[in-house]
Design a protein around this ligand. Structure first.
Ligand code: 9D3
Length: 263
């Protein structure tokens, strides 16, 4: 018996609970829920719409295109979902106006006993609902989505995989293997066959020298990060070991380019 309840409880207020639940059933998150580590409930505001058409939206004051989610029945749905969460669980509105969700935000949410996610649709929700019932607003990035459901799935996925016992020991260790607390891009991965269209798997990965393999992977991770995402390394002090690996990476890239451009 699991009388302790889940380590993390999440509630999502959404007009599309079925679509959300389908995605939550698969993969790492699906397994965490099955095992009782996390619990994700949903609440559909349409349930609380009292008119025959079950209306949840209305035209915006001031005019303009699109519709706005009405404050009632949304308020009833938020209250019903919040009542199932541990005390102190923040209520988060997913919107393009929010602070950017990142790995640090995922770690912060993973440390909580629970949180509520409100996924909007159409042009958004009546601002008075936000003022009255919402603690913070989160965006997942600078692009336009059609609603908050995909954002809710992103936040839940990134958060649940950080909960103790969700990942295996090996995967958990890999998350922390390099970088001394900073985020680096991943190194390249290969599996069989050892040659495909004339491209061979890097020789070091085929030998059993684990120290050499580890060094090669760290070099690739550092090199790719500095080439593709210099912003992740900006303002960070590299160790002399790391500077050496980065110099090696750049030399190897250079000699690779020289070779491939030779006539
Ligand atoms: C300027 C008029 N709009 C539509 C073109 C604004 C707008 C309304 C509703 C833009 C996006 C949305 C729906 N977006 C979300 O619900 C959303 C979102 C996003 O669009 N980008 C990044 N993160 C998020 S979190 C929720």
């Amino acid at each position: 018996m699991d009388a302790a309840g889940p380590r993390l409880a999440v509630e999502v207020v959404t007009l599309f609970p079925d679509a959300l639940r389908a995605q939550l059933a698969v993969g790492v998150v699906g397994r965490a829920i099955e095992r009782g580590i996390a619990r994700v409930g949903t609440e559909d505001p349409r349930t609380y719409a009292r008119d025959v058409h079950r209306t949840v939206d209305d035209r915006p004051y001031g005019g303009g295109p699109g519709m706005v989610l009405k404050v009632e029945p949304l308020a009833t749905a938020v209250a019903a979902a919040a009542a199932r969460l541990p005390g102190g669980s923040p209520r988060i509105y997913l919107s393009a106006q929010g602070r950017r969700f990142d790995q640090a935000a995922a770690r912060r949410l993973a440390a909580l006993p629970g949180f509520l996610l409100l996924a909007g649709r159409y042009e958004g929700v009546d601002e008075r609902l936000v003022e009255e019932m919402i603690d913070e607003e989160l965006s997942i990035g600078d692009y336009v989505l059609s609603g908050g459901e995909l954002a809710a799935l992103v936040v839940i996925d990134a958060t649940v995989r950080l909960l103790p016992g969700v990942l295996g020991d090996a995967e958990s260790a890999e998350q922390e293997s390099f970088g001394g607390g900073r985020t680096l891009l991943d190194w390249p991965h290969y599996t069989r066959p050892e040659e495909w269209r004339g491209r061979r798997v890097p020789e070091v990965l085929r030998g059993g020298d684990h120290a050499a393999i580890r060094r090669w992977r760290e070099k690739q991770a550092l090199g790719r990060t500095s080439e593709r995402r210099p912003d992740l390394l900006a303002g960070q002090e590299l160790t002399s070991e790391e500077r050496g690996l980065l110099a090696e990476y750049r030399e190897e890239r250079e000699s690779c380019r020289t070779r491939s451009s030779r006539k």
